[in-house]
Design a protein around this ligand. Sequence first.
Ligand SMILES: *Cc1c(COP(=O)(O)O)cnc(C)c1O
Length: 476
Amino acid sequence: MDAAEFRRRGKEMVDYVADYLENIEKRQVYPDVEPGYLRSMIPTEAPLEPELYEDVIKDVERVIMPGVTHWHSPYFYAYFPAATSFPAMLADMLCGAIGCIGFSWAASPACTELETVMLDWLGKMLQLPEDFIAGTHGHGGGVIQGTASEATLVALLAARCKAVRLAQASDPARTEAEIFSKLVAYTSDQAHSSVERAGLIGGVRMRKVPTDSKYAVKGETLKNMVEEDKKAGLIPFFFCATLGTTPSCAFDHITELGPICNANKIWMHIDAAYAGSAFICPEFRPLLNGVEFADSFNFNPHKWLLVNFDCSTLWVKKRSDIIGAFKMDPLYLKHENQESGRGFFFFFDRLRFRSLKMWFVFRLYGLTGLQAHIRKQVGLAKEFESLVKADKRFEICADVIMGLVCFRLQGSNELNKALLKKINDAKQIHLVPCQLSGSFVLRFAICARTTESRHVQEAWQHITQLTFELLQEPCH
Ligand SMILES: *Cc1c(COP(=O)(O)O)cnc(C)c1O
């Protein structure tokens, strides 16, 4: 493909994408295919000779689309949103064109510099404490990671490194292996599975802190566990707080937890993967109070802030903590302006020019446009909540604070499993469940950017129709 053909095909692709997104409601949100469907539809070997573009693009509709779950359909209410916007998609094209690998300042100065400034812009939108802002002289700052899971792992490994240094400072005879065996990390029993996995990868104990009636961790509970572990000779070193848990969007009490962590030299990382985006709205910002006690903070603009995957933003108060933990210094990465990136190259994976997406989105939406998006989606969740509340057969299972509604039919878990199965088998809308206090609960998350009130109303009508049918069935 030469540049002339690229021009033509590129314009066609933009049309295909715009048509796809404009007409996405007409596609069934969840596919009909069975596992292994694709293998039989394409050859078993890559082609020896080049094929025609027309044939490739034809196969997109034949092979790919039948197996796509349409995350951007306004009938998609599963998991959490995956952000997408036209400005971000355009920026991604440009990112592909520049195609740099941004592992050092010299490898593409704009890539390093824009990322640092975008993280400052976003940090200021969230009103993060000054400590987290790089500016020109700060000790903190942010970088883009691929996922919240990676961010948690990076924070845990940095904390582990710091804990070893600290333990050896007071007793130089202690070996790293012996210290590792004593380290203990904590997180909520509602935390995302990636937090537990970070503990596994880091080779440290991870204790689950029980949550209160609102599914949040209280200071007192953590304090007791830390004291107990210290008495047993263990070294508490890391706590991952969650703001906006995955099952029910609960918020740990970080104003209580922060001082406990600080007093015990426990690194506090905050995982706000979903809810973090909402902190750009003044009415939600109080939920982030206590971030001043944290060592690191992360959320996913690729969930709720209109920046396409992947874009998970991680801030630290002390860049040196992270740099120290991962420092590698091969000769081929040395260059005259090595200090200009201020050491940020040592993070795991700052590779593609992902900050372009943020720059385009922030400039083309403005803060007010982004706030409007969050508020609209929260409004739709509240609308769904009131529909559920008005139907006595149902109950709301957790406070609706942002764009997620947890609800269930009053009755057995079996009944609710049957309802969810009916909903997902019908494939008109798509939901996933969660478990709260032993109950099987349905999660209704406002996901697609284009979801409107009529879609939510339609979804509820559909759910009540299926409920009516379910309750007619003799076994219930
Ligand atoms: C979605 C989610 C994650 C995982 O995010 P990834 O970017 O997919 O790793 C982590 N924590 C919470 C609270 C989440 O909601």
